[in-house]
Design a protein around this ligand. Structure first.
Ligand SMILES: *Cc1c(COP(=O)(O)O)cnc(C)c1O
Length: 359
């Protein structure tokens, strides 16, 4: 239900800000080739899954897990070369976005670009934060000067920056991001690095240098573990301590933690798959380069935008070929655009054939 006006007889205690926000815009479509959620097209390797199941069997299920997933946080800290006091783990990084908006957005400001990841804006609106969005530059780069003006002008709050950017796949230089951090003052600056493995910058160096900065990472994309629901923040100890207060106690299941410990001890598969996705991205984009009416826009992520003369027609055409992608043509500056995930080589072949068949 996405109704935004109060229904007759609807409960009255619901805050208007919540009622005014539409439900998360996603409806599943059952087709064989799923390129609509930027997932890894490959499942967690079977032998690691077996190890994880064994580990799950060994856990007591009657006991609560660690208060703050402490053991898992220690494994993440080791993997990332980070101080464990600066690691905060939650069931998906979208939970962290809600908590960061609670931490620094409520009664203050959420600042981001437009277009942007919809969770930043939905949470800002539901939690009653003041939301300010600055349009991306035409080439999808960060509007650094205009963001700096807003950082000056608004009260402090939280600034969300996505690198690589979603849904464009654009990456900015470290120097450009650093300009924002230098201007941020008291603002909390979130670098959402959901796709960092596929290209661009590694935000850890910046986060080390700026106590108000924080990196968000997830197991949902390159790790191929979206079904487990896990993400984490890397920050300085103080910011992490404040953020941790907002995380509900005992929030990570022992089963998820067991599986993630196996993944973190065997991360080699991630690199192989990222390399394949990057190579496939190049191959798909090259294969579509001579299309007379569509344009595959450059990307440094595991998805790219396909600009079409008629997004609705291409979307329907791809579904007829068993492929689902994500419409983005309603977003600012993305007229005609579909977001296409990189699949397996065989799936990408079907995609190329289908796009080439509609001229
Ligand atoms: C996919 C994605 C995430 C990850 O969300 P999870 O809740 O960890 O699955 C975060 N940020 C962006 C921009 C994403 O696209």
């Amino acid at each position: 239900m996405t109704s935004t006006s109060p229904l007759k007889g609807a409960p009255t205690g619901v805050r208007p800000a919540v009622r005014a926000v539409p439900a998360y815009p996603f409806s599943p479509i059952q087709v064989p080739i799923k390129l609509d959620q930027n997932e890894n097209p490959y499942d967690f390797p079977a032998e690691l899954k077996a190890q994880a199941l064994q580990k799950m069997l060994e856990q007591p299920w009657n006991r609560y897990p660690d208060l703050h997933a402490d053991t898992l946080a220690a494994h993440i800290a080791e993997y990332e070369g980070w101080d464990v006091d600066g690691v905060v783990v939650t069931p998906g990084s979208n939970v962290l976005i809600k908590l960061l908006t609670e931490l620094a957005g409520i009664e203050q400001t959420v600042l981001t670009v437009d277009p942007t990841f919809s969770v930043y804006t939905l949470e800002a609106r539901m939690l009653g934060a003041r939301l300010v969005q600055v349009p991306l530059n035409e080439d999808f780069s960060l509007p650094v000067d205009r963001l700096k003006i807003e950082l000056e002008r608004q009260r402090p709050g939280v600034l969300y920056i996505t690198q690589p950017h979603a849904p464009t796949g654009h990456v900015d230089s470290v120097a450009r991001v650093r300009e924002l951090l230098d201007a941020a003052g008291e603002w909390v600056v979130v670098l959402d690095e959901a796709y960092y493995q596929y290209g661009g910058i590694d935000g850890r160096e910046l986060v080390r240098q700026y106590p108000n900065a924080l990196s968000l990472r997830t197991f949902s994309k390159a790790w191929g573990l979206a079904g487990l629901r896990a993400g984490y923040a890397l920050a300085g100890a103080d910011l992490a301590t404040q953020l941790q207060k907002l995380v509900p106690a005992f929030n990570m299941s022992v089963l998820t933690q067991a599986a993630l410990e196996v993944a973190l001890k065997n991360p080699g598969y991630v690199q192989e798959r990222v390399a394949e996705a990057v190579a496939e991205r190049g191959r798909v984009q090259a294969a579509l380069a001579d299309h007379p009416t569509c344009q595959a826009l450059p990307s440094q992520s595991n998805f790219f935008l396909l600009r079409t003369p008629d997004a609705e027609a291409m979307y329907r055409h791809l579904i007829d070929h068993g492929i689902v992608v994500r419409r983005q043509d309603h977003l600012t500056g993305l007229e005609g655009c579909l977001r296409v995930g990189i699949g397996t080589p065989a799936e990408n072949d079907v995609l190329i054939g289908a796009v080439q068949a509609l001229k």
